[in-house]
Design a protein around this ligand. Structure first.
Ligand code: ZN
Length: 486
């Protein structure tokens, strides 16, 4: 069967680090890049006899994500011990949630390949991170064959967001992750920084004959640490599974690892070797109870969510849906836009155009997400106001923007100082038009001989004669008058 006779079935699990000051069950600070084993205490080192205490802020941040995705927050959820041995897990178990997670249900709306799909969430649960094993380091000569363990990460609060197997392509999976990352950042629950390990992803991939209802053999791909890797790993895995089925081979239920260098996945462990984690409720922690008052408090502090905000930008400011969505790329960016509109309410569309086409082009991806804008919203508003009132042309404004970013000085001061005020008086424009026509009799003859396309060339010449400061409307009108005359 050709590839098109199969359909992929994909589910994702995203581990997302919560933006708390302290760890999940102790008072150690959550830090990145500190010297190894300096942000630790007996609790997160797993000493015997210590008692963990759940971090209230961790639960609040997880509740924000649950509310943002339409999940139901359970009144009672339970912390469980997930038992396994690894050198970066000194307790011998990870505190997680198992059969009673914090939140269930919910969905994320994904638009990919021209279709709109509700990706249902199975659950959002709380867990702690393990430490970090290092197998490669610069002191190889001293420590050949050794591995080191840094437990600074041990006990860092995470949520795991698990989807139903509702995704059916690598593109959809990618789009889902992009939207989910925007959401966890939007509600201030996570910094969403993949480079620092704040987001990690596992993907469950299977394929089945198109239109089938029975799920195929599921393969789990672990530890995908960039969205690009998720996309590549899923694409590769779909190809691999389809090729196997087409060749009449059976697939094995297994866990695979993605290798960025080859772009392929390889077997990590099969079902027979699968871990039995022997989950059981953590007797040290007891049930996590979220009462109505806490839920109300968290709900009351929720910001307007990105989709609702984009819809409002469309209805209130007349932005095309695609532009409104881009303006809502991050909450700081949307805040910036609204501040600019408040400063110049007459032309929200032009402000969005300037933001999207001029400002964002000058910014890095990280700056766009963080809303580190090159000029203040009032400056962008002042610039667009001066275009709207005819003081400067759009072309001059683009040049001026470079100076505004470099100097941070007021728009009007720079316009005055640099002599950029647009020329709208007919006198000087009429003179420039007359001179261009007199200097170029051949082109005038061509134009009058029926080559109307040459008009743009004349506009360019007149603008040049006016040092780019001519009011385009007036230049066009007077130029056309002069050329049509005689
Ligand atoms: Zn600690």
């Amino acid at each position: 069967m050709p590839t098109s006779d199969f359909e992929p079935v994909i589910g994702l699990e995203m581990h997302c680090q919560l933006k708390t000051k302290s760890k999940a069950f102790c008072a150690c600070p959550v830090v990145f890049g500190a010297p190894p084993n300096t942000a630790v205490c007996p609790v997160c080192l797993g000493y015997p006899g210590v008692l963990p205490v759940a971090n209230r802020e961790m639960v609040t941040l997880a509740m924000r994500v649950a509310l943002a995705t339409g999940c139901t927050i359970e009144e009672t959820s339970v912390f469980a011990r997930k038992n396994y041995f690894y050198p970066d897990l000194p307790k011998g178990y990870q505190i997680s949630q198992y059969d009673k997670p914090l939140a269930v249900g919910g969905a994320v709306t994904v638009r990919a390949g021209g279709s709109v799909k509700q990706v249902r969430l199975n659950r959002i649960h709380l867990e702690e991170d393990a430490g970090k094993s290092m197998h490669e380091f610069p002191w190889e000569d001293v420590l050949t064959g050794a591995s080191l363990v840094d437990l600074n990460r041990s006990g860092t609060p995470l949520i795991e967001i698990v989807t139903e197997p509702d995704l059916s392509s690598a593109e959809e999976a990618h789009e889902y992750l992009v939207l989910l990352r925007r959401l966890v950042r939007w509600v201030d629950a996570s910094d969403g920084n993949m480079e620092e390990g704040s987001l990690r992803c596992d993907a469950n991939v299977s394929v089945r004959p198109k239109g089938g209802t029975v799920l195929g053999t599921k393969v789990e791909i672990k530890n995908l640490n960039s969205f690009a890797h998720v996309k590549k790993a899923i694409e590769h895995e779909i190809e691999r599974q389809v090729a196997a089925l087409e060749a009449g081979k059976a697939l094995v239920q297994e866990t695979r690892l993605f290798e960025p260098a080859s772009g392929a996945t390889k077997t990590m462990r099969s079902k027979e070797e699968a871990m039995d984690y022997r989950y059981f409720p953590d007797p040290d922690l007891g049930a996590l109870v979220v009462d109505e008052a806490w839920k109300r408090e968290v709900a009351a502090a929720m910001p307007e969510l990105p989709e609702a905000r984009a819809a409002r930008f469309t209805s209130a400011f007349g932005l095309p849906a695609a532009d409104a969505d881009l303006v809502c790329l991050s909450r700081p960016l949307a805040d910036y836009y609204e501040a600019a509109v408040a400063a110049h309410p007459k032309n929200p569309k032009a402000l969005a155009n300037w933001l999207l086409s001029e400002l964002l082009a000058k910014m890095s991806d990280a700056d766009r997400h963080a809303g580190r804008m090159p000029v203040a919203p009032a400056v962008l508003a002042a610039l667009v106001r001066r275009i709207d009132d005819g003081t400067i042309s759009g072309k001059i404004a683009k040049e001026l923007l470079v100076d505004l970013i470099a100097t941070g000085r007021p728009v009007d001061d720079l316009v005055k100082e640099k002599g950029l005020v647009q020329i709208s008086d007919e006198g000087p424009i009429r003179d420039a038009v007359a001179k261009v026509l007199a200097d170029n009799p051949a082109q005038v003859a061509t134009y009058r001989g029926g080559k109307a396309a040459a008009f743009g060339w004349f506009v360019g010449q007149v603008m040049k004669a006016l040092a780019g400061r001519g009011n385009p409307g007036v230049v066009n009108r007077l130029l056309r008058d002069a050329l049509e005359k005689d």
